[in-house]
Write a protein that binds this ligand. Structure first.
Ligand code: PGA
Length: 251
């Protein structure tokens, strides 16, 4: 049985003071709830403040991106080593906003996954098709390609450290959620891909999150599906009550 995993992607929101406030209210609100794994991913400049606020709680810390090099002349970038240093345990890699606005390719995603794992970070790898691709019936082809190239030359052991987030681009921040059935179809496709390319055991273990307009009202339907193990939540993770309800409704 895979433990539910609810991750909040705060995107480019919250100053350090605001992040500390939101994180400490969330800490209070979830108390010692241990039936789901809980993660928050604030922006870089708020990681330290959020980390301080969630100390000794059930909440983990993650970042939203990283560079694949450990250090060097890469102006404006942040490395896995720096994220570890600030207390991050997870890192989101390949979010569709990064793919769309910052030219993140499957090849870069692959390099970042390898760098994250070798630094001891746990990657949450985002994949998903655009509306145009879905309308053309290409969603499985797109996902398969993202997996094939993104996971190129990873070992079975690497896969054990990875969480996959299936986020149809047309459902992100739009209020349009994939139905449980649509999401489940893709999740089962992803799990089968892992089974065929790695092993039964890894396929059974790997957690597959759904992302795209997840809210307290739709999490139950989504997570009731066999292959949906949690959610990557954007907008609703910025409200303590909504995020807490999503967490509690996930079990
Ligand atoms: P959303 O974002 O919940 O606001 O749709 C999800 C995401 O981008 O991870």
């Amino acid at each position: 049985m895979r433990k539910p995993f609810i991750a909040g992607n705060w995107k480019m929101n919250k100053t350090a003071v605001e992040a500390a406030d939101l994180a400490s209210k969330l800490k209070e609100s979830v108390g010692d709830f241990k039936d789901a794994d809980i993660l928050i991913c604030p922006p870089y400049t708020s990681l330290a403040a959020a980390q301080e606020a969630i100390k000794d709680s059930v909440i983990d810390l993650g970042a939203q991106n990283m560079h694949w090099e450990g250090q060097g002349a890469f102006t404006g970038e942040i490395s896995s080593v720096m994220l570890k240093d600030v207390g991050a345990k997870f890192v989101i890699i390949g979010h569709s906003e990064r793919r769309k606005y910052f030219s993140e390719t499957n090849e870069k995603v692959n390099k970042k996954i390898k760098a994250a794992i070798s630094a001891g970070l746990l990657p949450i790898v985002c994949i998903g098709e655009t509306l145009e691709q879905r309308e053309k019936g290409q969603e499985k082809e797109v996902i398969e390609n993202q997996l094939k190239e993104g996971f190129d030359s990873l070992s079975e052991e690497d896969l054990e450290k990875i969480t996959v987030a299936y986020e149809p681009v047309w459902a992100i921040g739009t209020g349009k959620t994939a139905t449980g059935q649509q999401a489940e179809q893709m999740h089962s496709f992803i799990r089968n891909w892992v089974r065929e390319n790695f092993s039964d055991q890894t396929a059974e273990k790997i957690r597959l999150l759904y992302g795209g307009s997840v809210k307290p009202v739709n999490i139950k339907e989504l997570i009731s599906n066999e292959n949906i193990d949690g959610a990557l939540v954007g907008g609703a993770s910025l409200k303590v009550q909504n995020f807490t309800e999503i967490i509690k409704n996930s079990v």
